[in-house]
Design a binder for this molecule. Structure first.
Ligand code: NAG
Ligand code: NAG
Ligand code: NAG
Ligand code: NAG
Ligand code: NAG
Ligand code: NAG
Ligand code: NAG
Ligand code: NAG
Length: 260
């Protein structure tokens, strides 16, 4: 079994080699300090454009005139609404927006946090919603459903929006396999039973981008951290020790996954 896994691991290493060569082309040694991005003007780290992947969070369509600027994650696409500061942007989650528009109740089970771009050694992501409501999602229906402003059954889940001051007991939560989910709303509550929850909820929120300590250290030295944050970029060209380290790292990580 071990031998078989190891063979697969070796085969994988070989199949990764061309990919690594591609990566080297995509991730240049030097990251541009600034770039132009349509109506957002001149941007800098932690953002980057699609020509310089690995230099930050890539914004798509920076060069295409009037097209919406977007940020992609494995689970959704975000439309960039505004840049609110160096480490904060307002975005609309395209998938959630579509579900709300088509009144698809899956919207009420949509985990905004799980759709964020994955944290890396360079950047990490968080959500800030000035106005939000907390929905309860349970496997089983709760008693006293009149105490909830909103109740809907959706794909094997019972979704509730509790009326204010109504506490669902902890035992009740565990027993019915409930979890909570925060979603953004366009204005603050109160909500009553005449509110159309599909239009009351919306898909825009603030995405906070934290730069890792290692990357910040680079910036203090007037350099910039780039792909996978192994080293700060330097102004002088030269042999790049990161490349072999990056290759080893990818192969090791993938190898480990394959071995278990
Ligand atoms: C990205 O920015 C660099 C530096 O400003 C520029 O040379 C390149 O053309 C830009 N690429 C796109 C796709 O906008
Ligand atoms: C609702 O959205 C989910 C997730 O995007 C999708 O899988 C499902 O087919 C949609 N349902 C309807 C009725 O459109
Ligand atoms: C990403 O990092 C932030 C801290 O910057 C943390 O709050 C969040 O839980 C992390 N996300 C994941 C999926 O680990
Ligand atoms: C949701 O709203 C509450 C109350 O206004 C706030 O404390 C909380 O931080 C908000 N959640 C997020 C993720 O911003
Ligand atoms: C439901 O409401 C009734 C009357 O208000 C109360 O006696 C009962 O304990 C409640 N049940 C639960 C599970 O909260
Ligand atoms: C519906 O529920 C099933 C089983 O719980 C799950 O596998 C599926 O992904 C759910 N579909 C959506 C669109 O949430
Ligand atoms: C909405 O709430 C009002 C007052 O709390 C109540 O009289 C009315 O019956 C409720 N309507 C529905 C559809 O639940
Ligand atoms: C920053 O510069 C100092 C002095 O040149 C050097 O010792 C240090 O290693 C540099 N830090 C990083 C993160 O490159």
């Amino acid at each position: 079994m071990v031998q078989f896994s190891f063979l697969r691991f070796l085969v994988l290493c070989y199949s990764l080699l061309p990919l690594l060569a591609e990566d080297e082309k995509k991730f240049p040694w030097k990251c541009p300090t600034t770039f132009q991005c349509g109506k957002f003007g001149e941007l800098q780290f932690p953002f980057t454009n699609t020509s310089n992947l690995g230099c930050g969070l890539p914004i798509m369509h920076c060069g295409d005139g009037n097209q919406f600027k977007t940020v992609h994650s494995p689970k959704t696409i975000y439309r960039l609404e505004s840049i609110d500061g160096i480490n904060s942007v307002s975005v609309t989650d395209h998938r959630l927006k579509k579900m709300l528009k088509y009144r698809n109740c899956t919207a009420f089970t949509y985990d905004l946090k799980a759709a964020l771009p994955p944290n890396s050694s360079m950047l990490s992501f968080q959500i800030e919603m000035k106005n939000n409501i907390t929905l309860l999602r349970c496997k089983h229906a709760l008693a006293n459903s009149t105490k909830y402003i909103y109740h809907i059954s959706c794909n094997d889940s019972e979704i509730y929006y509790p009326s204010q001051n109504f506490e669902t007991g902890k035992d009740n939560m565990v027993e019915n396999e409930c979890s909570t989910l925060e979603l953004p709303i366009s204005s603050s509550p109160p909500v009553d039973n005449s509110t159309d929850i599909y239009t009351f909820l919306h898909a825009e929120f603030r995405m906070l981008i934290s730069v890792s300590d290692n990357c910040l250290k680079c910036q203090e030295n007037g350099t910039q951290c780039d792909v996978h944050n192994f080293h700060c970029t330097s102004s002088k060209e030269g042999a790049d020790p990161r490349r072999s380290k990056l290759a080893v790292d990818i192969i090791l990580k993938t190898g480990i996954i394959y071995m278990f």
